[in-house]
Ligand binder design. Structure first.
Ligand code: FE
Ligand code: FE
Ligand code: MG
Length: 166
């Protein structure tokens, strides 16, 4: 742990570590939801959508890396047991039980919207208290905002195709 780096955090570090581990758990669940969705997807434009789902999966995994590194830096441990992902995550895991492309897009849009709220919350809590975590949360938030728009735009394309293509 970085001694001075931890000292400058102007909030309860254990509380901060709980928030960071919740976000870390959410990222693994988001990664798996995207990764699996790209495998099982069916319906119009499925290859284009699967490519985007796969790209988002790798980006969620990168978010998990950023969070794990910050947790370790603060002297904590990233969630050690995947069993803990569900109870710790602020955002739900939505199993792709119905693999139809628009259903998957809607599930993942809801996931991104939860992630956006969670990182906004992390930024509000760390603002003026922990600039390093604040900056990580901003970096991730920018990408979650992009993810939401990517998926909404794919959904719109498919809806336009089905309403005007006959
Ligand atoms: Fe993410
Ligand atoms: Fe995302
Ligand atoms: Mg994208």
């Amino acid at each position: 742990m970085g001694t001075r780096g931890r000292e400058i955090v102007g909030m309860d570090v254990d509380e901060l570590l709980r928030l960071l581990n919740g976000a870390f758990a959410s990222e693994w669940l988001a990664y798996y939801q995207y990764w699996l969705g790209a495998k099982v997807i069916k319906g119009p434009m499925k290859d284009a959508v699967a490519a985007e789902l796969n790209l988002h999966a790798t980006e969620e995994l990168n978010h998990a890396t950023l969070l794990a590194d910050r947790i370790v830096q603060l002297g904590g441990a990233p969630v050690l047991d995947p069993k803990e992902w569900f109870p710790l995550s602020p955002c739900a895991y939505d199993a792709p039980a119905d693999p139809y492309v628009t259903v998957l897009l809607e599930q993942n849009i809801a996931g991104e919207q939860c992630a956006i709220s969670a990182y906004k919350n992390l930024m509000d809590i760390t603002k003026d208290k922990d600039m390093v975590t604040y900056n990580i949360a901003l970096t991730i938030l920018e990408q979650e905002v992009e993810h939401e728009e990517d998926l909404e735009s794919l959904l719109e394309d498919i809806e336009l195709m089905s309403s005007r293509g006959r």
